[in-house]
Design a binder for this molecule. Structure first.
Ligand code: ATP
Ligand code: MG
Length: 177
């Protein structure tokens, strides 16, 4: 009998949500586990893990689907375009989750996608409820909805105590992206 999987949520306004999920991916590949990370809303920027994750292939698969951050100054996409891409990301997530090919699925920044109205909460709840028993499912992003927290087994809220951004320091390569 396989162990039942966990629903894990990393939320809160402090730094470390995506990197915590990546830490689990790094740890789990050490046991030959199969992990898929789907990045919602990150597509247009480069993050180091988009390159370094290739070194963990084939166990670790990373898919960046989004189109950068909605409403941020360099956002050239319309809200409709963001929604279309987010709905594509949900479809891919559903296929991957139900394939039974993975031990761990990471839906990175999905909480933001819900909060921004790009993805319906109901769709995410359906995804969570449809997961194979053995699958560990990780959802990241601040503003996690109460209904998602309710379904989760493990919820950590990253709380900002200090962040260099407050001192006007820019995002740092290898630390922030
Ligand atoms: P990380 O990817 O570093 O683990 P995160 O997933 O917790 O961060 P997100 O909300 O996804 O944070 O934000 C993505 C970007 O914003 C990252 O470059 C991250 O370093 C930065 N960031 C995270 N928290 C803060 C904060 N409290 N103030 C300013 N920038 C932040
Ligand atoms: Mg993040």
């Amino acid at each position: 009998m396989s162990e039942s999987g966990l629903i894990i949520v990393y939320t809160g306004n402090g730094k470390g949500k995506t990197t915590a999920a990546l830490g689990i991916a790094l740890r789990a590949t050490g046991y030959g586990k199969k992990i898929c990370m789907i990045q919602f809303i990150k597509g247009s920027w480069h993050y180091g893990e988009m390159t370094s994750s290739k070194r963990l292939e084939p166990e670790f698969e990373m898919i960046a689907i989004g189109k950068g951050f909605v409403g941020i100054i360099d956002d050239k996409s319309s809200i409709e375009e963001h929604k279309k891409i987010a709905s594509e990301a949900i479809k891919i997530s559903a296929t991957k989750i139900q394939s039974g090919n993975y031990d761990i699925m990471i839906l990175d920044e999905i909480n933001y996608a819900v909060n921004l109205g790009l993805v319906k909460l109901e769709e995410v709840l359906t995804l969570i409820k449809s997961k194979p028993t053995h699958l560990d499912l990780i959802l990241t992003g601040n503003y996690a909805k109460a209904e998602i927290i309710e379904l989760a087994d493990l919820v950590t809220e990253m709380k900002e105590i200090k962040h260099p951004f407050q001192q006007g320091k820019k995002a740092k390569k290898g630390i922030d992206f």
